[in-house]
Design a protein around this ligand. Structure first.
Ligand code: SDX
Length: 430
């Protein structure tokens, strides 16, 4: 549907709206002149019906449970690629050949160290600090060493900032974890792959040689790929919003991290495991009770890891993760009772009309936390892992916005429903 138009009748006047064509999926109604032509604005809280941009990065078909990155199916990318390979695809639009991939890996390896002055940064936080607070703060802190690369209109500076963010985030995450358990920081090593390096910094000790488990590294590689990008989700839209003011890439990504932390978004993976654990340990809390509470409109309780704004079918990432959970938990010899509860909870929910009628299926967060847990990560690190995975997606969207060149500062309208004009009342008369 490329040259279709739409007619909007207001009072006795027809207004023609042109369409914004797509390769596949949603076609847009261009309302760029709506207010000036009609005096009306659209009203769409949560933007469920509103496209904020055209994008070439990710395609999602929520009805069929389809997810592509730059035209490649997520299943193929998860099966065949390394995380840095997918990051390259998201950032630069094509899968790299071997030389380009080797050069990209070498480039990232050059930037995994944090400036030594940043070590004191972690001392400013209590050991109990949530690592997402440290991650977003550290992202802005890191940027203070690279102010020469702030300019969003300088492609070379942007590429340098993108590389530094992707290279340094695992180091920040691992050092935040080491700080929380009172262990010494482990420096990155250039002889390890990106994921192995992260696991090394997370779990190694300076007093012994602790080789990285290849099974764990491969599992984490797939998990990071599954989180790499997902269209205009809350955190990605935040990165674009902040970036639209010409804020630098570091500041925009730090804002996205804070949006991701919310329990309705990336924070859900931590909430899912806490929900399953509560069912496991609390004799008064059963799977049936959890489903019943989730259906009760008077109870704020939700089935975390269920439902999605776009997917009205099984999230394809959850499908991969469900299969993966059985394999990984079997391999790392951790028979986790929470997996059994998760499978039972999914079965009960998917047979319940409340969930079926609302097309609420497990999303990416439902199984990811169980796998992160099996890989040895503490619950509070789960959203940090999501952020490391989503980093290339955030950056690719931010770059695309600036490359489009026509990006205006994001500034939605509102429907004012407050007080009409009234006279001021001096305090003596209030
Ligand atoms: C992520 O956007 C993305 O792409 C996000 C993400 C990504 O990769 O970036 O995929 C990652 O954020 C996944 C979602 C993780 N969040 C959770 O698992 C939290 C639990 N789920 C929900 O809170 C909810 O489903 C959302 C936030 C995910 C989606 O919310 P919507 O689209 O605004 O849907 P809604 O809240 O309007 O719900 C529609 C109906 C409501 O009931 P009715 O008013 O129609 O009677 O479904 C109900 C909701 O009450 N509902 C749930 C539910 N999710 C929706 N009821 C119980 N449990 C749930 N989990």
């Amino acid at each position: 549907m490329t040259d279709a138009t739409a007619k909007l009748r207001i009072a006795d006047k027809d207004h023609e709206l042109s369409t914004v064509p797509s390769t596949i999926g949603d076609v847009g109604l261009d309302i760029g002149a709506l207010r000036s032509d009609t005096g009306f604005v659209t009203f769409d809280p949560g933007y469920a019906n509103t496209a904020s941009t055209e994008s070439n990065i990710t395609y999602i078909d929520g009805g069929n449970g389809t997810l592509w990155h730059r035209g490649y199916k997520i299943e193929d990318l998860a099966e065949n690629c390394g995380f840095l390979e997918v990051a390259y695809l998201l950032l630069f639009g094509e899968l790299p050949d071997q030389d380009a991939l080797d050069a990209w890996r070498a480039k990232v390896r050059q930037h995994t160290l944090l400036n030594e002055e940043l070590k004191r940064f972690f001392d400013a936080f209590p050991r109990s600090a949530h690592p997402m607070a440290i991650l977003s703060s550290a992202t802005n802190a890191i940027s203070t060493f690279y102010e020469a690369y702030y300019n969003p209109k300088d492609p070379d500076a942007v590429r340098e900032s993108a590389t530094r963010l992707i290279a340094k985030m695992p180091t920040v995450a691992a050092w935040a974890y080491k700080k929380s358990i009172g262990q010494p920081y482990i420096y990155p090593r250039n002889d390890l792959s990106y994921v192995e390096n992260f696991l090394h910094m997370m779990f190694a000790l300076p007093v012994e040689d602790s080789p990285v488990d290849k099974v764990v590294a491969q599992a984490l590689n797939v998990l990071l790929i599954l989180h790499a990008d997902h269209g205009q989700n809350c955190s990605t839209a935040t990165v674009r919003f902040v970036g639209s003011s010409q804020a630098n890439l570091f500041a925009s990504v730090a804002a996205g991290m804070n949006a991701l932390w919310g329990p309705l978004h990336g924070g859900a993976n931590q909430e899912v495991v806490e929900m399953l654990h509560a069912i496991h340990v609390d004799p008064d809390m059963t799977v049936e009770k959890a489903v019943s509470r989730a259906k009760d409109k008077n109870d704020p309780y939700r089935l975390m890891g269920f439902g999605h704004r776009i997917y009205r079918n099984y999230d394809p990432r959850a499908k991969i993760l469900k299969r993966f959970a059985d394999d990984v938990l079997g391999t790392v010899s951790r028979d986790d009772p929470l997996l059994e509860i998760a499978n039972h909870l999914e079965k009960v929910a998917l047979e319940d009309d409340y969930f079926v009628s609302r097309k609420l299926y497990p999303n990416v967060d439902f199984y990811s936390g169980l796998i992160f847990r099996a890989l040895g990560f503490p619950t509070r690190m789960f959203t940090v892992l999501f952020a490391i995975g989503r980093l290339p997606g955030w950056i690719a969207n931010w770059m695309e916005m600036h490359e489009h060149g026509d990006n205006k500062i994001a500034r939605p309208r509102q429907i004012y429903t407050g007080e009409a004009l009234r006279d001021f009342v001096p305090i003596a008369e209030r």
